[in-house]
Design a protein around this ligand. Sequence first.
Ligand code: SF4
Length: 762
Amino acid sequence: MKPYTVAVRALCEFTAKQGDLDLRFTPAPSAQEGIEGHALVASRRPAHYQAELALSGQYQDLLVRGRADGFDAQLGRLEEVKTFKGKIERIPENHRLLHWAQLKVYGAMLCRAQGLAEVELALVYFNIGSQQETLLCERHAAADLQVFFETLCGRFLAWAQQELAHRGQRDEALSALAFPHGDFRPGQRDLSTAVYRAAQTGRCLMAQAPTGIGKTVGTIFPLLKACPGQQLDKVFFLTAKSAGRGLALEALHLLKKSVGKLPLRALELVARDKACEHPDKACHGESCPLAQGFYDRLGAARAAAVTVSTDGLLDRGALREVALAHSVCPYYLSQELVRWSDVVVGDYNYYFDVSALLHGLTQANQWRVAVLVDEAHNLVERGRKMYTAELDQASLRAARLAAPPALKKALDRLHRQWNELNKAQLSPYQVLDGLPLKFVASLQLLNSALADYQAEHPTEVNAALQVFYFEALHFTRMAELFGPHSLCDVSKADTGLARAGSVLCLRNVLPAPFLGPRFTAARTTILFSATLQPMAYFADILGLPADTAWVDVAAPFEADQLQVSVAAHISTRYQQRQASLPAIVELMARQFQAQPGNYLAFFSSHDYLQEAAALFESLHGQISISKQTRRMTEQEQQAFLSRLTPDSLGIAFVVLGGSFGEAVDLPGKRLIGAFIATLGLPQVNPVNEQIKLRLDQLMGGGAGYNYTYLYPGLQKVVQAAGRVIRTVSDQGVLHLMDDRFGRREVQALLPRWWQVAPGGRS
Ligand code: SF4
């Protein structure tokens, strides 16, 4: 049998980590600082120093491997470098123990590999701020290190054997897994085949597939089938919204149920604020009882959790039960369980964000993973958001008010730099030529001062300061990664007051340089949605590899199920909005009278919606209407939709691109038509105009307009219209209310199965 491979760090974390979970607001070096710190230490060593020494060792079925930071053969000294900020005494005891454990394991493997009788072990603590090294040295005999190594391996071995057995059973069961519905729905087989092929060839796949064909099962099933052959360690099912997570869990439940018992561990990841049991406490042992002694109880919780998940799914509820039964934090338990799960269901940000957990673990453990991106059209905006950083001068002001005297100098310096920027700004919104370097330098100094202060006062909680610090850290990180993919812009606060200040933004326009490497880190990534047209747009913006495959699954619907008309006599352009209202209202009333039933009417804004609804009510008060309001809660949205029943009649006025424009399922008589009184184009404003300009520069060929306005707009229209026909027996009407819907380039972006009635009055 192939040995079970484990990284040194993972072995030590599993077997030697004890005590409290401690995620106090302690300053930690960024990944970049860590890399630079290691490089600096290595550069101070003599030429014969061997940096990044690959070592491995075997114990029964266990293969342990890793890279020691450096070995000086002349001194006989093996080094492990740890970077830190603040005072060395602040490094928690359980962290130090873990560092020693790692070094001893490396020491054992080195002695064995080089036949050494003993070795000097040096733990090198490198202070990022002062750039000074503190060496803690111990001499160890090879025999003692070997005993230590075998002890840790022994503790891990039973778990490793269980993992190997699980993997064998899992792969055997997945090889035999049959499609849970007996037969595929029309189109579903094409989708599944394309997904399976992509996994086999290790490529990315963009899959455009209409609603109603069972995309979730149609993608998870073939990937699970591909796991044994492709030796996939994990499948990550990533969603933009929590509703998508629910669908994925349902599909997994269905698959498990279809075979009685499927040895597949599936885990749901939820956000910290949703999983936290003590929102009034902080994540360390002195504050939260579920953090106290967390690592001492983690082993039992972990063992219980993997047992649960052989029978059921480790969704939020099941995970909470296990966590509370063992008095550990559910959120941090779920992070630990990623390592031992076969399928992980969570938000996009767990894989695509700047320091995403799933991506980090994939890299560190060299997992072979398959990534499913549900409703992938959302990744454009979500990706941009992840790599955008914003700093508000109002936050700095609040931090200054709340700051202790020790931080005043650094805060004032940044404040002065900020005011300099404001003075140089002539218009309310301005894109800078590049990064404001003096400002960024002041921000970095402030970050260091904040980090030092926090290290000195670990128990002090200052909310305003912390909020600003986290924003400043993200801003600094994005400043380090700044490039043509982003704009650096300043927006003056719109208050008319000179001291109101401004908002500085590193605004990502093109997430491709950040997302691209995430696609290549996976064996395969499947991006699926009902609207991924045009492919080149998504491929360019998201940074998909050149060999990405594409499948456009034909809709199972017939053209005569949906009567599509263009109201070419209406213009919804901003200047013509008032003039458009009577025609819009007249058309809606005429359609309703001809065919009473439930309709959705989409508008580009709340104001437009209100104006249209007011006129409609005044002229056709006998027809029942409902209106979406600003900032509806999830319950209010549910209540709004639940009023559309098979027996109700009326028109629901909603905003395009809002909560009712996608992921809303109203089959049969619950919805028989839609009016779309907008082309969906994002507002023309200074920010969007700059995005257009930058995309023109980056993409060439005048892509800016289409990529900024037309494609995102039409994508929303098609999503909204997709609410009408949900099943092969649905019938409905769709009125596209704007003359521009008659244009050839616009119609080319509509689904192929629609038959749009020729222009003219609809
Ligand atoms: S329960 Fe909440 S406060 Fe406690 S460790 Fe977990 S996330 Fe932190």
